[in-house]
Unconditional design. Structure first.
Length: 182
């Protein structure tokens, strides 16, 4: 018997881009449940943000937060995984990126060279204003474990200059909505 797995992004895919509602996707979600097809959420969102969505949807499947930085597999999930998985809370986790503490050090260097502001250092109210999230959701968005989302405060800075600075730090940059992510 073939076993299918359904991978989905969240913003603008499973969740409406403007309202963050999953209601339009409910028929598809019900079909996945009926066919016992795992729904793997893959997103730039943090673990806390995805956990809240999973709870609302009663989803018990693995998920991939922060642009693929890690794979979170519930500890009781029947899935063979790599030997190098670590335990974080109630998950077996396969790390694919760097921990936020490593990124934070590199971000400090970047911030000393360019006018950048880290999402994690903004107030939840400011993040909510910038993203359209509710304040509680914005607080979860700030709680990154594997990267640093940021904005460039000077529109005069060339994208190529930013990319070069990030590359010189041994990192990559990913655009994520109005933010960039390293």
């Amino acid at each position: 018997m073939n076993r299918f797995v359904f991978f989905t992004d969240l913003d603008g895919t499973l969740l409406d881009h403007n309202t963050y509602s999953y209601v339009p996707a409910l028929p598809a979600l019900e079909r996945l449940r009926e066919t016992n097809t795992p729904l793997i959420m893959v997103s730039s969102k943090t673990r806390l943000e995805i956990e809240a969505i999973r709870k609302e949807l009663d989803n018990q499947d693995p998920f991939i937060p922060e642009n693929g930085a890690a794979i979170f597999i519930p500890a009781d999930y029947d899935l063979p995984i790599f030997d190098h998985a670590i335990e974080i809370d109630e998950y077996r986790v396969v790390l694919l990126g760097r921990h936020a503490s490593e990124i934070s050090c590199a971000f400090e260097i970047l911030a000393s060279r360019l006018p950048v502001r880290a999402l994690s250092r903004m107030s939840a109210i400011e993040v909510a204003d910038l993203t359209g999230l509710k304040v509680a959701q914005a607080e979860s968005a700030k709680n990154r474990e594997f990267g640093e989302a940021f904005i460039l405060d000077d529109p005069e800075i060339e994208e190529s200059e930013l990319l070069e600075e990030v590359r010189n730090l041994g990192l990559r940059i990913m655009p994520v909505g109005d933010f960039k992510d390293i």
